[in-house]
Write a protein that binds this ligand. Structure first.
Ligand code: CA
Length: 463
C-alpha cells in the first residue's frame, strides 16, 4: 500500500480577505510536492487553538494550490488545515498539514478625510496640490492628483485607511511661467480612527403606518461615514422627532429683517436685509473693511405672524467666495423676540460639509414669530459671517409629537427606537438628529389611532 508522504508542508497563509457584510472570504495558498493526489480537502474549526476536523466541502483539484473559505466571520478565531486525498484504494489520505490559525479581521475600509484650509494670498495661483505621506510624523510628498480650484478652501482625500497615520500638506500652484508654486503649508497629521469617522445618518428600518394607540413598530437609524459605510464604533446619541405634514418654505417677501450684530456698509453694501430679500445674488456680510469684529455673530428675522416652524435653510454667499460661510451654528425661535437662550434654542450643530452649498436643518415643530441664526465659527477660521438667504420652513397640519424614548445612544453604529408613540392623528415623517451629522428624513406614515392624552393624576389624598 502506497502512502502520500507529506513532511513539513503547510498552509502558507492568508492571501486576501475581501470586503463582505457578514461573511468574509479567506483565501489560502499551500505548497505540495508529493505524488499527485486526487485533490485536497480544506478543513476548519472554530477557536484559535482548535484542531481542524470539519471539511468545508470545497472541490479542490489535484493541481490547485489555492482555495477560498467563503464563510468566515469577522472577529472570530479559526484554524484551518489541508489534506491531500488518496484514491481510496491504493493511496490513503495524507497526514494533515500544520494548522494555520488566525482571527479574521474586517478588511480596512477606506475613509474620506475632508481637509479645510485658509489661504489669504490670492495673487494669481491656479489651484492647489494636496499631498500625503503615510506615517506618524512623515513629511508629505506624494500628490493625491486632485483637481482643486483656486477658490476652493477644502478638498477630500477619499482613500485614507482606518487605523493608519498620515500627514497632509498643501501647495498653492503658480502658473508655471512667471509665478512659482508656494511653499508647502504646515503639515496636518492624524491617525484615522478604526471604524471610520461619523458623517451622516440613514434610515435602516423605516416607520410604518401606526398600530393601535399610535405606537410605531421599532425603527432604526444607522451612523455612516462619508463613503456610506456604517461606523461600527459609533455610540453617539441620536434623536428622532415627528415633522407633521408637508414642509413649506415661508416666502421671503413675507418676512422682515429684525436685527444683526454687525454688517458691512462702508466698502460694500452687505447689510442684514440682504440675507432675506429672496435674491441668491445678494448677501449679508459682517463688517470687514474698517473693522473685523470676531465671532460669535447673529442675524434675526421677523416672520410677522406665528408659524409652526419645523426647520430652516442656510444658503451661503453664491459669488464664488467662501468668506463668512458658517461652520457651527445655533438657531433660536420664539413668539416675542426674546429671550435668545436655551429655552428658545431649537437646533444646533454644524453646516457640514464645509462648502457653499445650501444646508437644510429640521427640528421638532415650534410656534414662533421671531427666529435668530447664531454663528459660532467660520469654515476657514476667519472672523466674518455671511449669508445669501435664510429661509424658514413650517408645517400647517398635524400637531403630534413623539412620546416615549426619542433619544438613544447608538450601539455599534445603530440606534434602535422601540415603543415610540405619536400622540395625534395625521401624516408625518420622522426626522433624525445627532450633533454635527447630516440628518435623514424617513418615508411618510399615517397615524389613525393616536396615543390617548395623558389621564388625570391623583396628586394627594384629602382626609
Ligand atoms: Ca439675498
Amino acid at each position: 500500500m502506497g502512502m502520500l508522504r507529506l513532511m513539513g508542508w503547510a498552509l502558507l497563509g492568508v492571501l486576501l480577505a475581501v470586503t463582505g457584510s457578514e461573511a468574509i472570504p479567506v483565501t489560502f495558498a499551500w505548497n505540495y510536492t508529493g505524488p499527485t493526489p486526487l485533490g485536497f480537502t480544506l478543513r476548519r474549526c472554530t477557536g484559535l487553538t482548535c484542531l481542524p476536523s470539519v471539511s468545508l466541502g470545497l472541490t479542490i483539484g489535484p493541481t490547485d494550490r489555492q482555495a477560498t473559505d467563503p464563510n468566515a466571520t469577522a472577529g472570530t478565531g479559526y484554524c484551518w488545515d489541508i489534506l491531500a486525498r488518496g484514491d481510496g484504494t491504493n493511496n490513503s489520505d495524507s497526514a494533515p498539514s500544520t494548522p494555520f490559525c488566525t482571527t479574521v479581521q474586517t478588511p480596512q475600509q477606506p475613509v474620506a478625510i475632508t481637509l479645510v484650509w485658509d489661504y489669504s494670498n490670492q495673487s494669481g495661483h491656479t489651484g492647489f496640490n494636496l499631498r500625503r505621506c503615510t506615517g506618524v510624523s512623515c513629511a508629505p510628498s506624494v500628490s493625491l492628483g486632485l483637481t482643486i480650484l483656486p477658490s476652493a478652501r477644502l478638498a477630500t482625500d477619499p482613500n485614507a485607511l482606518q487605523g493608519q497615520s498620515y500627514c497632509w500638506d498643501l501647495i498653492a500652484l503658480g502658473d508655471g511661467s512667471q509665478k512659482l508654486d508656494s511653499n508647502p503649508s504646515t503639515p496636518l497629521c492624524l491617525t484615522v480612527p478604526l471604524g471610520g469617522i461619523p458623517y451622516m445618518l440613514r434610515w435602516v428600518t423605516q416607520p410604518t403606518n401606526a398600530l393601535t394607540n399610535g405606537t410605531l413598530a421599532p425603527v432604526q437609524v444607522e451612523i455612516l461615514d462619508q463613503l456610506g459605510v456604517r461606523v461600527p464604533t459609533a455610540a453617539l446619541a441620536v434623536t428622532i422627532y415627528v415633522t407633521p405634514g408637508a414642509t413649506i418654505a415661508i416666502p421671503n417677501s413675507q418676512v422682515t429683517f429684525n436685527g444683526v450684530d454687525s454688517q458691512e456698509t462702508d466698502f460694500e453694501q452687505n447689510d442684514g436685509p440682504r440675507a432675506m430679500d429672496g435674491l441668491t445674488t445678494t448677501f449679508w456680510h459682517t463688517q470687514w473693511s474698517l473693522a473685523q469684529p470676531p465671532y460669535p455673530h447673529w442675524i434675526s428675522m421677523d416672520l410677522r405672524t406665528p408659524y409652526n416652524i419645523t426647520g430652516f435653510r442656510y444658503l451661503p454667499r453664491q459669488d464664488g467666495e467662501a468668506n463668512g460661510t458658517v461652520a457651527n451654528y445655533k438657531f433660536y425661535a420664539n413668539l416675542t423676540g426674546l429671550p435668545w437662550d436655551t429655552t428658545t434654542l431649537v437646533s444646533q450643530g454644524s453646516f457640514f460639509p464645509f462648502d457653499t452649498t445650501e444646508k437644510t436643518k429640521r427640528f421638532m415643530g415650534r410656534m414662533a414669530r421671531y427666529v435668530l441664526l447664531w454663528g459660532d465659527s467660520e469654515i476657514n477660521g476667519n472672523p466674518w459671517m455671511s449669508a445669501a438667504e435664510i429661509t424658514v420652513l413650517y408645517s400647517n397640519t398635524g400637531a403630534g409629537s413623539v412620546t416615549g424614548t426619542s433619544t438613544v445612544n447608538a450601539v455599534n453604529g445603530l440606534a434602535t427606537f422601540s415603543a415610540v408613540q405619536v400622540n395625534a392623528a395625521g401624516t408625518y415623517t420622522l426626522d433624525t438628529d445627532s450633533l454635527g451629522l447630516v440628518q435623514a428624513t424617513s418615508t411618510s406614515f399615517t397615524i389613525t389611532d393616536p396615543a390617548p392624552p395623558q389621564g388625570p393624576q391623583v396628586r394627594r389624598v384629602v382626609q
